[in-house]
Design a binder for this molecule. Structure first.
Ligand code: SF4
Length: 202
């Protein structure tokens, strides 16, 4: 979950940042987004009419830059031609319809769609990033063998939709500071008495 993404931010900006951040450290995501923002205004119209090679050049530091530039360009074109240049019509759909519509865009997977929906539209969904995935499985809140959708739906059933953003942020913080991969700090963990994986992760 990139540090740059904040609750209530412009949904298109959140979409672009999240695409750039895939498999990329925060620092490089931030540098790539700054470089893109320095050259272009971050709007669907601007990036749909930019040269893909120029987008690539701006975000090169983020890695996988060709695929990411293509995803940003294609999503921008879709938003411009099908939705009048704004994500508003998509975000006014039901959560599941909005997810499907976002995920129809090449390069937009479930995590990217969920980040946009939760952070920029306040929709009830929990994005499953690497920390959320690991911590929720260890805590027994999600099946150990399930895929993205199984983890998301399992997790959501334990919490009120109004708390999904908080749950997402807390699981990430816990994963970064305590329930680390590969070696969690179980003896220091505040929830170790409730955790079925306490002391058993090697
Ligand atoms: S007890 Fe260990 S495995 Fe369980 S949540 Fe805490 S750090 Fe993670």
């Amino acid at each position: 979950m990139p540090r740059l993404v904040k609750s209530g931010e412009d949904p298109y900006q959140t979409l672009v940042i999240t695409i750039i951040s895939q498999n990329t450290a925060d620092t490089n995501t931030e540098r790539a987004f700054k470089s893109l923002s320095d050259k272009f205004s971050i709007t669907p119209k601007t990036l749909a009419t930019a040269k893909i090679s120029d987008i690539e050049e701006c975000i090169r530091i983020a890695g996988l830059y060709q695929a990411k530039a293509k995803a940003i360009y294609t999503a921008s074109n879709t938003i411009l031609t099908r939705f009048g240049g704004t994500l508003t019509p998509i975000l006014s759909l039901s959560t599941e319809e909005a997810r499907r519509t976002l995920m129809d865009m090449p390069g937009v997977g479930p995590k990217t769609a969920d980040v946009v929906l939760l952070f920029s539209a306040g929709k009830p969904t929990i994005p499953v990033d690497t920390h959320v995935n690991r911590v929720s499985r260890r805590l027994g809140l999600a099946p150990t063998n399930g895929g993205y959708e199984e983890v998301r739906l399992s997790l959501q059933q334990y919490f009120e939709p109004k708390d999904y953003l908080l749950v997402h942020m807390l699981l990430i913080a816990h994963g970064r500071k305590t329930c680390k991969a590969p070696k969690p700090l179980c003896t220091k963990c505040l929830v170790n008495t409730y955790c079925p994986s306490n002391g058993s992760v090697n």
